[in-house]
Design a protein around this ligand. Structure first.
Ligand code: HEM
Length: 142
């Protein structure tokens, strides 16, 4: 198995973890907002590991971007739905999702209360991810 295939399988499998971690963080933040709890050690640990999981996907996504035959730039990249998705839309929106989670993690560390805006940012990250997952190829029809 070549490096590209290993990376692609890793990236594909890690996506399950991303969706699960995003949802768990969202539900936990909702609980903290409703109960008006201040962020303790366990919430900070959860948001740290969620951020770590997202950053790992970002690094492997960037490597995949270099190696994948679908993210190549030529005169047809923008006119073809699949190459536009992999070369532009997927990376940009996923990058935005990683940024949102990173911002939430940093805000939780600095604040003594869990604001509803943190929930909105996590929801936006999940929305970006669900909108930009290549559903034609995932999970496992390739
Ligand atoms: C952070 C959240 C991300 C998630 C949840 C995610 C998820 C996925 C999934 C499920 C696939 C389909 C894999 C398959 O065909 O089995 C994929 C493909 C791909 N992703 Fe991501 N991705 C993320 C971030 C990124 C980033 C930041 C980049 C680039 C900088 C990227 C680049 C790619 C490329 C190039 C492919 C196409 C691989 C190929 O079929 O050759 N991804 N991604």
């Amino acid at each position: 198995m070549d490096f590209y295939t290993i990376l692609k399988q890793f990236h594909s499998g890690w996506a399950y973890l991303i969706i699960t971690a995003g949802l768990v963080l969202f539900l936990t933040l909702s609980y903290y907002v409703v109960k008006k709890k201040s962020p303790g050690k366990s919430l900070l640990r959860l948001s740290f590991f969620t951020t770590l999981i997202f950053h790992i996907q970002l690094v492997f996504g960037a490597l995949l971007y270099i190696l994948s035959p679908y993210s190549k730039w030529n005169e047809n990249t923008m006119s073809d739905d699949i190459t536009r998705l992999y070369a532009v839309e997927h990376p940009l929106m996923m990058f935005a999702a990683v940024m949102f989670i990173t911002i939430v993690n940093s805000r939780l560390k600095k604040s003594s209360e869990v604001k509803i805006s943190n929930m909105v940012l996590v929801a936006a990250a999940i929305a970006c991810i669900l909108a930009m997952i290549p559903w034609h190829a995932w999970p496992g029809s390739n």
